[in-house]
Design a protein around this ligand. Sequence first.
Ligand SMILES: Cc1cc2nc3c(=O)[nH]c(=O)nc-3n(C[C@H](O)[C@H](O)[C@H](O)COP(=O)(O)OP(=O)(O)OC[C@H]3O[C@@H](n4cnc5c(N)ncnc54)[C@H](O)[C@@H]3O)c2cc1C
Length: 310
Amino acid sequence: MLNIQENVPLAPMTSFRIGGPAKFYVEVKSVEELKEALSYAKEKNLDYYVLAGGTNILISDNGFAGLIIRIKFSEIKVNANGLVEASAGTPLIKVVNFSAENGFTGIESLAGVPGTFGGAVRGNAGAFGTEIGSHILEVTALNVETLEIEKFKQASSDFSYRLSIFKKDKKLIVVSATLNLETAEVAQCKAKIMEIVMGRTKKGLQGAKSAGSYFMNPKIEDEKILKDFEQEKGVTARNGVVPAGWIIEQAGLKGKTMGGAQVSENHTNYIINTGSGTAENVIMLVSFIKQQVRDQFGVQLVEEVNYLGF
Ligand SMILES: Cc1cc2nc3c(=O)[nH]c(=O)nc-3n(C[C@H](O)[C@H](O)[C@H](O)COP(=O)(O)OP(=O)(O)OC[C@H]3O[C@@H](n4cnc5c(N)ncnc54)[C@H](O)[C@@H]3O)c2cc1C
């Protein structure tokens, strides 16, 4: 039996700690409950939105006038074929740790990426050169129109930079996935995780109220910008892509503040809620950044963060 609640504050469910309430809210603990919630929304003619870890989203100050379906099913196991299989609501860090503890290597670099496994698969989360999509064997998704389960092998999941078929096709909700990992020494995997987590902690961003990198790293056509980047950083811009944070810094926007929203001093692609930030503050700052970067460099930044309720 679904427990549909009304007028539920959403800000505490996001890493930004921003956003108004959901008119209707339900937590689903199984695929059956997910189907029930979708049927409920259809029956009542409500818009719905899937929320998971809330670490890659900006919710409007007015909240959302439909039904928030919060993915809460969280199971992880080594399946009958000896592969790590996890459901969508499992925290990604749990999947990373569980894999290591069972002697599987490949996704240690994703330790410290907050949020759920399903959210990571949908957005092809990546860090330090590793993307989750490269380690997926098969994804199980629910088709919201037919309420049937569909299976996608890695090759048909269309994984690319922060993109997958599950992000492109709004009909699909990730419910679980199986990983394709190599075997390795448990101690070695755990040491790598420790190193990654410590490195991220040192940067001082893990606890900040943000949604991680706000913009996708842009592909640059302008030779001068590429040359400046390569000279300053001493690295080659792979496929002409430069970090969005670098270009935002070049635009002189490090630390730029609007109300309670600020371009991080530590990582210029992070927008921080300094305490009393509102979605409006963030949107104004984002518009300013996009305009400045466009005017100064002719580069159009595109958000990695998802919007809800605007
Ligand atoms: C401090 C910090 C550091 C971060 N570092 C990284 C990083 O290094 N690399 C990186 O890639 N990201 C990073 N992120 C961003 C974020 O952690 C990832 O995008 C994460 O995978 C989002 O998962 P989530 O469960 O929180 O998704 P949510 O924020 O809840 O949802 C994001 C979007 O995915 C959709 N969604 C969620 N679950 C599902 C599902 N099961 N099926 C279909 N759609 C779904 C939602 O509708 C929404 O549109 C960081 C964020 C923070 C706050």
